[in-house]
Design a protein around this ligand. Structure first.
Ligand code: NAP
Length: 473
């Protein structure tokens, strides 16, 4: 999503020497990789789209994953991106040398570029838990982002491990398909019940004739996200209102024992809020079971919990999340003076203004460290980062500098400001989540999305090291 976004921004600005490296064989990123039953985007479709390419034909307020993937495939066609994409090509290393980046692919080919942009996603590397006996299980086991469509699901006993946004959507998708569905919950999740109405058959034609309707909806959602974000970043009324909505949603579970088992012991939104119209209904079905005992090990017949009970299953799905701290790695990035990204990030990933790194000239990231990624529309984050990167590249094309990188001091100040804001955020109120780094500090944006857009919209050149000249060349 973010790679296509920046490529289109460059092309629309008249920069046509753009190459996209893609290790898979299709575009779409997370929407290509995730094909599990029940997948929908829990961000409304009228805002989870590019502003420059509205889709009048979304079927639902929250559209299914396949429809979103079709949208991105269509974008690649519409903007002539496919001829610029090297499919099946992984960039294994990138080295800054003589003022340019030298890329090396898994096939051993080298190419040299003026600017390198990592648009490698956040929720990309599946995290497979180190569960004892995982290999001993007699049936299929796979991660939610590596769905095995050859496996028959109807009438089978299916175990889902993990109850994040993915596990909960899976429960909705598999309830009634499986003969028995077991959800293994390690930590309860707050869930907001939100209906997902279908758009009427008149919505598409109306939006096509009146395109300003899309812009209006987009603006309204954007404003709603800015308002909601304050609940994440500051204690107060809005946070209390979201918490009350979560508690009201939970009250739809009638059995007190089940309700108690589903009640988290931390504040709503501390982990990413789960939005689901169907979960509480699905979990109350007779053929769906919530298992809260810890997993001891797997054996041939199923999962044994630490109370000694064997939960027999035919299929095990690992909805156990992603390594969210990898960013562009395992690509080996070597910047100025031979410093590697692993060395620069010894204490954890950090960037200046979420998009650039000191010591790595002419290198930018889309959705880099501390980008606003929780419960928000990443498409508008990507668009503002694309604009920001494009402005630097324009300056370079005008000959104002040969290389640009943020100053170490500016990056330190920026990260100190982020750290100072963290204690106010809901993510530090006492839970574990993928937002936190190894020291328990959130790696996400602690202000509103509007503040992020404003920051990227005005570039303070004093925070950057702009150099002219470069050796050789
Ligand atoms: P996640 O939120 O990281 O959840 C992983 C789940 O697996 C948690 O319930 C975790 O339990 C559990 N788990 C991990 N290791 C385990 C182990 N060894 N034993 C038992 N349980 C274990 O991952 P996700 O659900 O894939 O979601 C990741 C993110 O993807 C979301 O937060 C969201 O940003 C995005 N997403 C978005 C949508 C959408 O509709 N927009 C849909 C799906 C996903 P603990 O809580 O105890 O750690």
């Amino acid at each position: 999503m973010s790679g296509l976004c920046i490529a289109i921004a460059l092309l629309r600005d008249g920069i046509d020497d753009v190459t996209i490296y893609e290790k898979a064989h299709e575009v779409g990123g997370t929407w290509r990789d995730n094909t599990y039953p029940g997948l929908t985007c829990d961000v409304p479709s009228r805002v989870y789209q590019y502003t420059f390419a509205p889709n009048p034909d979304w079927s639902h307020v929250f559209s299914p994953g396949g429809e979103i993937q079709a949208y991105f495939r269509g974008i690649a066609d519409q903007f002539g991106l496919r001829e610029r994409i090297r499919f099946g090509t992984e960039v294994v290393s990138a080295r800054f040398q003589d003022g340019r980046w030298v890329l090396r692919t898994d096939g051993g080919a080298e190419s040299t570029v003026d600017f390198l942009i990592a648009a490698t996603g956040v929720l990309h590397h599946p995290r497979v838990p180190a569960l004892a006996g995982l290999d001993d299980f007699g049936g299929p086991v796979f991660h939610s982002a590596r769905w095995d469509h050859s496996v028959q699901l109807r009438g089978r006993r299916i175990a889902v491990i993990g109850n994040g946004s993915t596990g909960i959507q899976l429960v909705c998708g598999l309830a009634g398909v499986a003969s028995r569905l077991m959800l293994f919950q390690r930590t309860a999740q707050w869930v907001v019940r939100m209906p997902n109405p279908r758009y009427s058959k008149f919505a598409g034609p109306t939006h096509r004739v009146l395109p300003w309707l899309d812009r209006l909806a987009y603006r309204a959602y954007k404003r709603a996200f800015d308002t909601f974000a304050v609940a994440l970043t500051k204690p107060g009324l809005r946070r209390k209102a979201v918490a009350a909505t979560c508690r009201a949603s939970l009250r739809s579970v009638r059995d007190p024992a089940l309700r108690a088992a589903l009640t988290p012991d931390y504040q709503p939104m501390c982990k990413r809020l789960v939005i689901s119209g169907g979960f509480y209904r699905a979990i109350q079905r007779d053929d769906v079971e919530l298992v809260t005992a810890g997993i001891d090990h797997l054996e041939r017949r199923g999962i044994v919990t630490d109370d000694g009970v064997l939960h027999e299953a035919d299929v095990v799905v690992l909805a156990t999340g992603f390594d969210t701290h990898a960013f562009f790695r395992p690509m080996r990035l070597t910047g100025r003076d031979g410093i590697t990204a692993d060395e620069a990030w010894r204490d954890g990933p950090r960037a200046h203004q979420t998009a650039a790194m000191p010591g790595f000239p002419n290198f930018f990231m889309m959705l880099g460290p501390h980008s606003p990624v929780g419960n928000l529309a990443l498409t508008f984050v990507a668009e503002s980062q694309a604009d920001y990167i494009l402005r630097w590249i324009r300056g370079w094309r005008r000959g104002e500098f040969d290389t640009v990188e943020p100053l170490e001091s500016a990056t330190d100040d920026f990260n100190a400001r982020l750290r100072a804001a963290m204690p106010d955020t809901v993510w530090t109120t006492g839970c574990d989540s993928w937002y936190l780094n190894k020291d328990g500090i959130p790696e996400v944006w602690p202000f509103t999305p509007a503040a992020h857009r404003a920051m990227l919209a005005s570039t303070d050149r004093a925070q950057y090291d702009l150099r002219r000249h470069v050796a050789a060349g």
